[in-house]
Design a protein around this ligand. Structure first.
Ligand SMILES: C[S@@+](CC[C@H](N)C(=O)[O-])C[C@H]1O[C@@H](n2cnc3c(N)ncnc32)[C@H](O)[C@@H]1O
Length: 286
């Protein structure tokens, strides 16, 4: 196995990597996306990590259904730990992946049995003389500035090539602060892609099919996360009362607001965002 090289990773990307690492630990899955819940859970049905993993496999199949016939080479941008790449590889595509995280690189190589080339880099810094039939952004478009995404992808495709994006997007451009505010505004994404020479071939809003994952994360956070924090706080209050007092102040100052927001994630998502899969084609001659 290749030893991961170190690269200069900017601080915001390191924060994102830490969050992704946490999600990896929770789900123990080879996918890092929300999944596609089909059928939708019934009212009151318990949401489990096992059903999330089923939804994540269904999501890979959903992506596959968007890939045009004749596609052979795929660049998986922000490929995570290789779930999608392994799935596409097993269906005969020639796949390459990139992500700016050495830990993901290690897992990616393992999950794809070393069969899929991995580039340890940000998309913005990726340069190659190769071109691809399709460039995939599965929940990675939100980490990349619009112009970099649109122009960078156009430069990696041969004319008539495809861009497949599946991600959360802001349907409300006034939503500018909060847990999901790094997602692109859907209308701005569309404008940037059209300006770079893309036309929209197919799109589907799958918001209701990813939303159970938000509920599952919030439920688990409430049940295990908050309960554990409360237990630790109770023990500290008994053993080290002054430390507990400092901890209480720190909680009020830095943690209370993001926690309240996290618990309201489903309502925030429904009010300001959507989740869309979009297939774009680079116009012939561009
Ligand atoms: C939510 S994960 C999605 C992973 C994978 N595509 C999937 O669907 O399971 C987001 C991915 O984007 C990657 N990423 C973040 N910033 C990036 C950048 N500037 N260029 C390329 N990938 C980036 C992360 O390291 C991670 O692999």
């Amino acid at each position: 196995m290749l030893k991961p090289k170190s690269i200069n990773i900017p601080k915001p990307t390191r924060y994102q990597n830490a969050a992704i690492d946490y999600y990896m630990g929770l789900t123990d899955s080879s996918y890092l996306h929300y999944g596609y819940w089909e059928p939708l859970p019934t009212a009151g049905e318990e949401l489990t990590l096992t059903s999330l993993r089923v939804a994540q496999s269904a999501y890979a199949a959903k992506l596959l259904s968007f890939i045009p016939e004749g596609t052979k080479t795929v660049l998986d941008v922000g490929c995570g730990i290789g779930g999608n790449a392994a799935y596409f590889c097993s269906r005969g595509f020639s796949v390459e992946g990139l992500a700016p995280d050495a830990l993901q690189q290690e897992r990616f190589i393992k999950n794809t049995n070393g069969q899929v080339p991995f580039y340890l880099t940000r998309f913005e810094d990726f340069h190659t003389s190769r071109s691809y039939d399709l460039v995939l952004f599965s929940e990675s478009s939100q980490y990349i500035a619009l112009d970099d995404l649109a122009q960078g992808t156009a430069s990696l495709l041969s004319s008539g090539g495809y861009l497949l994006i599946a991600d959360m997007m802001r349907s409300d451009s006034e939503y500018k602060e909060g847990i999901f505010s790094n997602c692109h505004v859907a209308s701005e994404l569309q404008t940037a892609l059209m300006q770079a020479g893309f036309k929209l071939i197919k799109t589907e809003d799958i918001s209701t099919h990813i939303a159970p994952t938000i509920d599952l994360c919030v439920n688990n956070f409430r049940t295990f996360g908050l309960t554990t924090v409360k237990y630790i706080a109770d023990v500290v209050a008994i053993a080290f009362p002054p430390l507990h007092a400092i901890g209480r102040l720190a909680f009020k100052r830095w943690l209370e607001k993001p926690i309240i927001e996290g618990l309201a994630a489903r309502a925030i998502f429904e009010s300001h965002l959507c989740y869309s899969i979009q297939l774009w084609q680079l116009s012939q001659g561009v």
